[in-house]
Unconditional design. Structure first.
Length: 288
């Protein structure tokens, strides 16, 4: 019989995995739309975390206010990044895209270093309440809210892409930008919208994860690795794949930490990640 502690570990892992899926979905959306790998993605999450912290420290605002503000701030950064940088480097070779987005990551990181300093920061544990007990399972309110909101937003993002006119136009541009333009669709606008939506989703994830994760200018490095592993495991360009992979990674991390120790959890995740890609390089739900 499964113990209450193990159930708690499983639920906690799935909630964390949902947040992983949300901030990874923005990365996979950009790849699926434009075949561009955004190496600044982790630093987008970092900026959202600092936005949430600044709103709390300066104005006393909690996540109910910081989440939409972070989404708006990051959506603006995403759109500006597209018009000022990405649409220009897309004309060059892949190495220009890699170095361009990596340079954007460094710009964001060291701007935050200069403004906020290098100290590790954190938000109070009680912003979203304490610890709730449901059927003997103790759940931290911040992780519960983050996981549930992340699941809803990720599902909404998938519906936006598959059930709306905007999503259909973005898909048309991703398939053939020239043909889409002949049909009256502006590729520039659709690609800018993709960057805005992807960065906005990342902003929501960053503001949510800030309620229980450390905040520093270099945290984007750690989160970027998680995002790339999630997207590669789920399949580049697949939002459902990012969701499945994010939940799987969160679950594996939690179970590994519970059974063999927290120091080994990343090793287990990356070994399984390499094993999956060995047999299925396109990821779990990527196109063959």
């Amino acid at each position: 019989m499964i113990s209450a502690t193990l159930v708690q570990v499983i639920v906690g892992g799935l909630l964390l995995g949902a947040v992983y899926a949300l901030f990874s979905s923005g990365l996979t959306l950009i790849w699926g739309m434009m075949n561009v790998v955004n190496f600044a993605h982790g630093d987008f999450v970092m900026v959202a975390m600092y936005t949430a912290f600044m709103l709390w420290s300066l104005l006393g605002l909690g996540p109910e206010a910081s989440v939409p503000v972070a989404a708006l701030v990051l959506a603006t950064i995403g759109i500006l990044s597209y018009f000022l940088l990405v649409r220009h480097i897309m004309r060059g070779p892949m190495i220009a895209q890699i170095l361009g987005t990596f340079g954007l990551a460094l710009l964001l990181r060291y701007t935050v270093f200069g403004v906020a300093g290098a100290n590790f920061l954190s938000l109070p544990d009680h912003l979203l309440g304490g610890v709730y007990e449901v059927f003997g399972i103790r759940l931290q309110a911040s992780r519960l809210v983050a996981g549930v909101v992340a699941l809803l937003v990720t599902a909404g993002l998938h519906l936006l892409l598959t059930r709306t006119t905007l999503g259909s136009r973005m898909l048309a541009v991703s398939e053939d930008a020239t043909a889409a333009q002949l049909m009256g669709i502006r590729p520039d606008r659709m690609q800018a919208a993709a960057w805005g939506i992807a960065a906005g989703a990342t902003g929501i994830a960053g503001a949510l994860i800030a309620t229980f994760f450390y905040i520093s200018p270099t945290v984007g490095e750690t989160l970027a690795i998680i995002a790339f592993v999630t997207v590669a495991l789920g399949g580049f360009g697949s939002v459902p794949g990012a969701l499945v992979a994010g939940l799987l990674i969160g679950l594996i991390e939690s179970l590994s930490a519970y059974w063999i120790g927290a120091v080994w959890k990343d090793v287990v995740v990356y070994v399984l990640f390499v094993a999956v890609l060995w047999f299925r390089p396109q990821g779990l739900m990527g196109k063959s």
